[in-house]
Write a protein that binds this ligand. Structure first.
Ligand code: PRP
Ligand code: URA
Length: 214
């Protein structure tokens, strides 16, 4: 597996805004969207194109257009925050969803939903902002591979070394694109320094989750 770390001042700026505990959900969603746009640009570098003729207002010339259908697969729920960049930049993208939730005690990912479009012979971008233990990413990619995908890339915003190692062991041939590689996991398997619970910060659910779980 090759880890592609985003190296761009805008990327570092957006990651810092996401880390900041005072960034509220509305702004958090905006920074997530912008950052995913940068990751997407890197991760789609090798998409195939074909030559086409195009008429400018002044003359006919040659251009290129994408020659493949693209699939994005979001890991629920936090991966939803990364989807808008795909639907805006690739309007014909097909979208799949995989529902995975970490058990708060064991940090093991439990699967609760899966709906995938056809993935055979198409580049598939699996998106989930946090690569912590790697359990969720590995399960998601297993599902996508099981459905027949062969050209897969995994996009996240923050990766922990433990998650990168687990993913690499499971899928040595699948590239990972991340905006930041953090220091470590803490005893609760949260990424440090990290940015907290991405889904909660995206959707402002800290309070209601506490209510639901009590
Ligand atoms: C978060 C995150 C990843 C997972 C990463 O989801 O979005 O899916 O944790 O952790 P891992 O690498 O240790 O598996 P969470 O389980 O909190 O669910 P949510 O997005 O619904 O809040
Ligand atoms: N999931 C998150 O949302 N944050 C972490 O730090 C780890 C897993």
């Amino acid at each position: 597996m090759a880890l592609h770390l985003l190296d761009h001042p805008l990327g570092r700026h957006y990651v810092t805004r996401l880390r900041d505990e005072t960034t509220r959900p509305e702004a958090f969603r905006v920074y997530c969207h912008r950052l995913t746009g940068l990751l997407l640009a890197e991760a789609t570098r090798e998409l195939p194109t074909r030559r086409v003729r195009v008429h400018t207002p002044l003359e006919e010339t040659e251009g290129e257009e994408l020659s493949t259908d693209v699939v994005a697969v979001a890991v629920l729920r936090a991966g939803l925050g990364m989807l808008e960049a795909f639907t805006r930049q690739l309007p014909d993208v097909s979208i799949g969803y995989i529902g995975l939730e970490r058990d708060e005690e064991t940090a093991e990912a439990r699967s609760y939903y899966c709906k995938l479009p056809p993935v055979e012979n198409r580049p598939v971008f699996v998106v989930d902002p946090m690569l912590a233990t790697g359990g969720s990413a590995v399960r998601a990619v297993e599902r996508v591979r099981g459905a027949g995908a062969t050209a897969i890339r995994f996009l996240c915003i923050v990766a922990a070394p433990e998650g990168v190692a687990a993913f690499e062991e499971a899928f040595p041939d699948i590239p990972v694109h991340a905006a930041a590689l953090d220091r470590e996991l803490d005893p609760r398997k949260f990424i440090r320094p990290g940015l907290g619970d991405f889904g909660d910060r995206l959707y402002g659910t800290q309070i209601s989750d506490a209510c639901i779980n009590s």
